[in-house]
Design a protein around this ligand. Structure first.
Ligand code: NAP
Length: 601
């Protein structure tokens, strides 16, 4: 929260909303920003209390003559686009309200006149955690008719999954079914988000201006927090952080190198909270860039102009184009260039599983080698998706490390198709030496926040998923929190990859950590995972949760987070005496209340 003058806050009287408008009248912009951040922090600390956020009264004349933008976001992309839209709309003089889905007062839906929703779909067709309640409400039976509504939906997703943009599509269809008028076709942004999102946002802004043109301009943006943690540095303008330490923290025998990386934010003014992520802009390995140029027999010095920018092909491939993660649009383009019917057939709707296998096993270079094709430099730059930054959960608390930021990085490196392969950002980070500069920015994560000092926390983080919990434990200790901290950690072998072992032992000794339960999967004949430990300690776990403890899960989304979720449901059934359906409902309730938060991908 920026250090701006704090207005005096008075308790809400009966006529709360009207009173708020009166109080806000005449406040300057910095104070309004401060207030919005203050309210967001209150809402996130109060969990379910977010719905109590003060909002402008719907009965006030002219209030409906505004654009409401709701976003549901898991990794921050939908939020970023929604913030951009709100910002641009505000600059265009429109009255705008920007709200995270779980803070949106559902009863106000019937009074909306102009609504944009920006929402992602998780791999398996689910909404992001922060939008579950709103999606249920809109698709459910209790939603009102919306005949006065004009709306548009921008969906985000990954076309390698069969249920691509399913949530965006569902909301778009449902709002129309309820009588809403679709202002523009739903956007369906793939992993190369900007390709679809940028023109969609422009059109959406144009349509909003057209719709609201009769209304007097009133800038009333009420975002949950300021657009950037620090206005000087951002995703688009990263800070060049100095690398202070890059240390392997698993044994030599462990084939999967995990590194502890420390970077300096000194002089940047950047700040972060436990639970936030660090965005890292990597550079593709020069060996990989050379391999692409060689395979396609292209000259790296060729100058390429695309989207108003001119660079050498080498520069485009090094820092501006994705060379490891394959995506459906590039496969389609390459199949056409290579006249590869086999490859083209994989894009058919009934071949989703085969396509998923290809995407999981092949990088761009593998496809170029396997299906030779003639590309020229201009076409290649246009077809490859833009390089995107990678997000790492921050593994440190500023209270403990000052102007530094720490990461836990698993180096992805393996052999395939007769060649060495590596992950873009993990190899970039783990191969840097002290003194190197790493372009970074802070990606805040309001849904993964520590509760107040008296509340207990239960942290479940196998593998590198333990990173944010190092930050949590540091923070709670430095802040003198009285609530208890219980960590479930798992990895393959006690002796090889017990990440931060001595720190946890030290934390136990000094009372910064109250319980540590471990699951080393491969130290015995049959696998033991964190979810087994959850069930084993179910009685106590249930007691902690029922007495108000917060639950946090970080790590692999596809297998681990699901298995942990099922284990938690089992705990409610076994120790809470409720049936499975009620247990699932209870977990959904905890998610919606912000008492069960997940940082998984
Ligand atoms: P990992 O591959 O997830 O392995 C860690 C431990 O989890 C191993 O003991 C592994 O056992 C076990 N495991 C495997 N399948 C499991 C399952 N179904 N349920 C529970 N445990 C299971 O570790 P990692 O290489 O450190 O990767 C961590 C994962 O977390 C990656 O997917 C990474 O992308 C993600 N991550 C996400 C975030 C985030 O969302 N912010 C942050 C950090 C990491 P076996 O291998 O012996 O089966």
């Amino acid at each position: 929260m920026p250090a701006l003058p704090a207005p005096t806050l008075v308790p809400l009287p009966g006529e709360g909303p009207v009173e708020i408008l009166r109080l806000l009248d005449g406040l300057d912009a910095p104070t309004l920003w401060w207030l919005s951040g203050y309210a967001a922090a209150q809402a996130s600390h109060a969990g379910g209390a977010a719905r109590a956020l003060p909002t402008a009264p719907v009965r006030e004349a002219g209030v409906q003559e505004r654009l409401t933008i709701i976003y549901g976001s898991q990794t921050g992309n939908a939020r970023r686009l929604a913030e951009k839209l709100a910002h641009d709309a505000e600059n265009a003089g429109l009255a705008v309200r920007l709200v995270r889905a779980d803070a949106y007062p559902q009863r106000e839906l019937k009074s909306e006149r102009l609504l944009y929703i920006v929402i992602s779909t998780q791999g398996d067709g689910d909404p992001p955690d922060d939008a579950r309640g709103l999606v249920d409400f809109i698709v459910g039976k209790r939603v009102p008719q919306l005949v006065d509504l004009k709306y548009a939906v921008l969906g985000l997703g990954d076309s390698s999954y069969p249920l691509f943009c399913a949530i965006g599509r569902r909301l778009d269809a449902r709002l129309s079914e309820l009588g809403g008028a679709r202002l523009l076709a739903a956007g369906e942004a793939d992993v190369d988000i900007e390709t679809v999102a940028t023109p969609w946002l422009e059109q959406a802004l144009g349509a909003a201006r057209e719709t609201l043109k009769a209304a007097a301009p009133r800038a009333t943006v009420t975002p949950l927090r300021p657009h950037a943690v620090n206005a000087e540095w951002s995703r688009e303008r990263p800070f060049a952080a100095e690398l202070l330490l890059n240390q392997r923290i698993v044994s030599r025998d462990d084939a999967r190198a995990v590194h502890h990386v420390e970077l300096s934010l000194d002089g940047s003014g950047l700040t972060y909270e436990p639970g936030d992520a660090l965005g890292v802009w990597p550079t593709n390995a020069s060996s990989l860039v050379e391999a692409v140029l060689d395979t396609l027999k292209l000259d790296g010095e060729t100058r390429v102009t695309y989207s108003g920018e001119t660079h050498t092909l080498h520069a485009w491939l090094s820092t501006r184009r994705e060379l490891t993660r394959l995506a459906r649009p590039f496969i389609a383009a390459h199949a056409a260039h290579a006249r590869a019917e086999d490859l083209n057939r994989l894009l058919a709707p009934d071949r989703n599983n085969d396509l998923a296998t290809l995407l999981n096993t092949h990088q761009v270079i593998d496809l170029l080698r396997e299906f030779p094709a003639a590309w020229n430099a201009d076409e290649l730059v246009a077809a490859l998706r833009p390089l995107t930054p990678r997000l790492y959960s921050i593994a440190s608390s500023r209270r403990s490390v000052g102007d530094e930021v720490h990461l836990t990085v698993a180096n992805v490196a393996y052999e395939a198709f007769g060649h060495a392969h590596a992950g873009t950002a993990s190899s970039f980070l783990t191969s840097r030496e002290n003194g190197a500069r790493v372009p970074v920015f802070i990606e805040s994560n309001d849904r993964f926040r520590l509760p107040d000092a008296d509340t207990d926390v239960i942290m479940i983080g196998p593998g590198t998923g333990v990173a944010p919990f190092r930050a949590f434990v540091q923070e709670r200790y430095e802040a003198g929190a009285r609530g208890r901290n219980w960590l479930f950690f798992g990895n393959r072998h006690f002796h090889d990859d017990f990440l931060y072992q001595s720190e946890w032992q030290d934390a136990l000794r000094k009372g910064a950590l109250h319980r540590l339960d471990l699951a080393f999967s491969r130290d015995q004949e049959s696998k033991i995972y964190v979810q087994d430990r959850l069930r084993e300690h179910g009685r106590e776990l249930h007691a902690w949760i029922e007495s108000g403890a917060r639950l946090y899960v970080c790590g692999d989304a596809t297998q681990m987070a699901r298995a942990v979720h099922e284990a938690l449901a089992d705990v409610f059934v076994t120790h809470g005496g409720i049936d499975r359906e009620s247990a699932q409902a209870r977990l959904s309730e905890l998610i919606q209340q912000g008492r069960y938060a997940r940082d998984v991908y």
